[in-house]
Design a protein around this ligand. Sequence first.
Ligand SMILES: [Fe+2]
Length: 267
Amino acid sequence: MKTFPSEFAELLTPKGRRILEGRDREACGALLRPGQRFVALSGVLDARKATACRDALEKSLRASLTAMEDPIPPESIWGMTENYAELLPKTVRVKTALLESRRSRSWKAAEEVGLVEMLHSESFAAFAAAVSGRALRRKWGIQVLCYGQGDYAGPHNDHHPEDAEAFDGYVDMHLTFATPAVAHQWLVYSKGGHFTEMQSVNTVGGITVYRLPFWHYTTPLMAKPGAEEDARRWVLLGTFLDAQKERRRGSAIEPPATVTQPAARPG
Ligand SMILES: [Fe+2]
């Protein structure tokens, strides 16, 4: 059964639709404001539909998840030769549903509930364009993550300096669906050179939008006492590259006309 609608817009509340249509001053173009690289939105996905989506993820995708693990390298301590010279690479422990191959079990399960189609729908990208305030490329990456008890992502910045299309920055949009057994999980991020900012990501239907790169980390998911087995946070993720500056009409997902684009930088 297809729990996920074919268009993302069908999950939206009236507030969500206002954002999609460029009529919400606060959320639209939020990531164009100087110094603002992150925004968390609530009340945007219909609560009942979001719960149904969460339950569909729990039912259909749990069995085919793959572990993704990059632990702290022991050499980061025992290979040091100089005091205070420690460097921590990106560490992470999370599960993921592999959607790259159509033959994978995850892809089939995600396809069956309508998830693949929704994450590829025009309104999914249009929402990211409205909040980021930028024209985005039509081909975007999709991913499903699942954080269980103790799963986390250590400090990292998601910079891709080797990719010509991303080295100047790009946009990520995450939809969160947590089970009632989750006690807490936080996104901590930097502003002005310090990790001063913190946002709860223990939501059902919360949306977070990022203008990467910037330093951030996700704290270990903590279950309510005795509920470790049932505590999970599902994240549906879209990764969007900026549209090419010179492009044909209709070749990109444009933000609504009411959202002002930043002036082109000279040079
Ligand atoms: Fe990240």
